[in-house]
Ligand binder design. Structure first.
Ligand code: 5RP
Length: 223
């Protein structure tokens, strides 16, 4: 059994008729979107808000009714993957480059469900380079300030060009090796002009963590 699929399908079990659901981005969120599509075929009535052009295309393929982000005060549940999760359920996200919309959706949801396979669970964050979304204007200067915080930042490239986010920004992937205080680092990064958003999801944003294992079982953790 695919561990990502198992985690995603367990999280989807919490979705009920009438809910507004935030759809994440990536290979784990893919399975959640596919499962929601199946349930819609069987009569589930929900609407969804997507965190990226890729998730939107998949949701449309699955006939999931979409709504604009401004049409609700709060979403009921956001479901999304993560690149790393520590013991306090702080996250690194943004491996797929959708961190800004993902954070807006997660912060405006009553419940934020994170779905991962067990390889993403770590004692502390930092092995995975932290994605930081930055403005293209003055990006090299922004990167220099980020580097001063003690990391090795690399502007993300794709197909021989700078990677461009759905918001027309850039991503710099920052190798910190270890992140001891995710809340403090997130604040320090936000003080740098040109930083739009960071992939650090701290301050107990997570309501439930679904950890899929290779044997198809899922461990559900709460903060
Ligand atoms: C995209 C993300 C993803 O949730 C994260 O990169 C995990 O991806 P995957 O489920 O493919 O391992 O933050 O911006």
């Amino acid at each position: 059994m695919n561990a990502k699929k198992a985690a995603a399908e367990k999280a989807v079990e919490y979705i009920k008729d009438g809910m507004v659901i935030g759809l994440g981005t990536g290979s784990t969120a893919y399975w959640a979107i596919m499962r929601i599509g199946e349930l819609i075929k069987d009569g589930l009535k929900i609407s969804a808000i997507t965190s990226s052009a890729a998730s939107e295309a998949l949701a449309i393929e699955c006939n999931i009714p979409l709504a604009p982000i401004g049409s609700f005060d709060k979403l009921d549940i956001a479901i999304d993957g993560a690149d790393e999760v520590d013991e306090q359920l702080n996250l690194i996200k943004g491996g797929g480059g959708a961190l800004l919309r993902e954070k807006i959706i997660a912060s405006n949801s009553r419940q934020f469900f994170v779905i991962i396979d067990e390889s993403k669970l770590k004692t502390r964050l930092g092995e995975f380079p932290l994605p930081v979304e930055i403005m293209p204007f003055g990006s090299w200067l922004t990167v220099k300030h980020i580097q001063d915080l003690g990391c090795k930042p690399v502007i993300r490239r794709k197909d021989g060009k700078d990677f461009i986010t759905d918001n027309n920004n850039r991503i710099t992937d920052c190798s910190f090796s270890r992140i001891d205080d995710a809340v403090a680092l997130n604040m320090q990064l936000h003080e740098i002009p040109g930083v739009v958003e960071t992939g650090l999801f701290a301050k107990q944003m997570v309501s439930r963590l679904f950890v899929g294992r290779g044997d198809g079982t899922v461990r559900v953790m709460q903060p």
